[in-house]
Ligand binder design. Structure first.
Ligand code: SF4
Length: 354
């Protein structure tokens, strides 16, 4: 038996060890979301919730990634732009502090593209080719007419997204280790070649619960089965009414098993311990009906969404106010990016002194 480990095992171990080292004061958390669609509950538990937790202790810079969105939605730039504005408003509505953090729109910071040029030159093709998500997505990309260079080079732009702001930590799921490791390698190579000191970002791991969509299948944009983060109250009720339950509960009198029911997986996220203590025995003894169970959940979901829903509407109804917030965030992002780019040009000799 051999105890030798593959390089990817070692990478995983190293990334885990790094993650255990909590970010120090002064760290800068960098993250973003593509503006391809409305935010849904998966986006909340997969990213936004963690950003909200982190902002208590750390500075953060969060980007609405509209260029990344264009890799798959290049035929619909107006939709990408509309969602960018909505997502920005939703982040604020859910409590992301736009004064404490820097919140920007990716395309408003053209300095990013210049750093990306360097990264594209120094990144071997084989590095981008080996990214698992590219390998997995290639067939889908061909089928959806998105087998384009932008999508292929997406991870390089991600490295530039982090480096241009000197991000030190990136919140990720365990399935994104390979992406972050590629960013680290690109940045390391840049520093080695040009004598730079861009930070190699470290991961902050998050556990994302597996959430099923309203139809009981995997939550997916292509199935159109996700709960939007600021969905109208009536729509939440309607979607929950149609949600499948434990298949064993054919009749009201049949006992069920909550752990086999997608409704219960939402209860665990949105309901109090008292409500869980009502659902679990009630379901198992057929003491409660699925309709009651779903309506209790609808009440809890709507209670959680009510304030952000109104806040988002208010922001979108006051375009001048929202424009001012977005303008300020983008200006602060550009300032930070400009400072990095100045150093980059000095390191590379492309300092404009011709
Ligand atoms: S009572 Fe609730 S948890 Fe049990 S099967 Fe019905 S909806 Fe699901």
């Amino acid at each position: 038996m051999t105890d030798s480990k593959s390089s990817s095992d070692l990478q995983v171990e190293k990334a885990k060890a790094d993650a255990e080292a909590k970010p120090k004061p002064g760290s800068l958390i960098m993250s973003g979301m593509r503006s391809t669609h409305h935010l849904h509950i998966g986006n909340y538990f997969g990213a936004l919730k963690q950003w909200l937790d982190l902002q208590a202790d750390y500075r953060g810079i969060y980007g609405v990634m509209n260029w990344h969105a264009m890799t798959s939605r290049y035929k619909e730039p107006h939709d990408v732009a509309r969602f960018a504005r909505e997502i920005y408003a939703e982040w604020i509505a859910w409590g992301l502090d736009h004064e404490k953090n820097v919140i920007f729109v990716q395309s408003e910071v053209p300095e990013l593209l210049e750093l990306n040029m360097y990264f594209l030159m120094l990144t071997p093709m084989s590095w981008a080719e080996r990214v698992p998500t590219w390998k997995d997505a290639e067939e889908d990309a061909k089928a959806t007419d998105t087998h384009n260079l932008g999508r292929f080079m997406y991870p390089v732009l991600q490295a530039a997204d982090i480096a241009i702001y000197r991000g030190t930590h990136v919140p990720i799921g365990h399935d994104q280790i390979a992406h972050l490791e590629l960013s680290r390698e690109i940045i390391r190579r840049f520093n080695f070649l040009y004598g730079g000191n861009l930070p190699e970002p470290k991961p902050i791991f998050s556990e994302t619960p597996t959430l099923l969509g309203a139809d009981g299948r995997k939550m997916s944009k292509s199935y159109n089965n996700a709960f939007h983060l600021t969905q109208e109250a009536d729509d939440v009720v309607k979607a929950l009414r149609a949600m499948p339950t434990d298949p064993a509960r054919v009749r009201r009198t049949d006992p069920g098993e909550p752990t086999k029911c997608p409704v219960y997986s939402y209860h665990k996220l949105f309901s109090s311990t008292e409500d869980l203590a009502w659902v679990e025995p009630g379901c198992r003894t057929a003491g409660i009906g699925c309709g009651d169970c779903k309506m209790r959940l609808a009440g809890n979901l709507n209670a959680k969404m009510a304030e952000p829903r109104e806040k988002k509407k208010e922001l979108l109804a006051n375009p001048d106010q929202l424009d001012a917030i977005i303008g300020d965030g983008c200006a602060r992002a550009r300032k930070a990016a400009g400072e990095t780019l100045k150093s980059v040009r000095e390191w590379t000799g492309f300092a404009g002194t011709w």
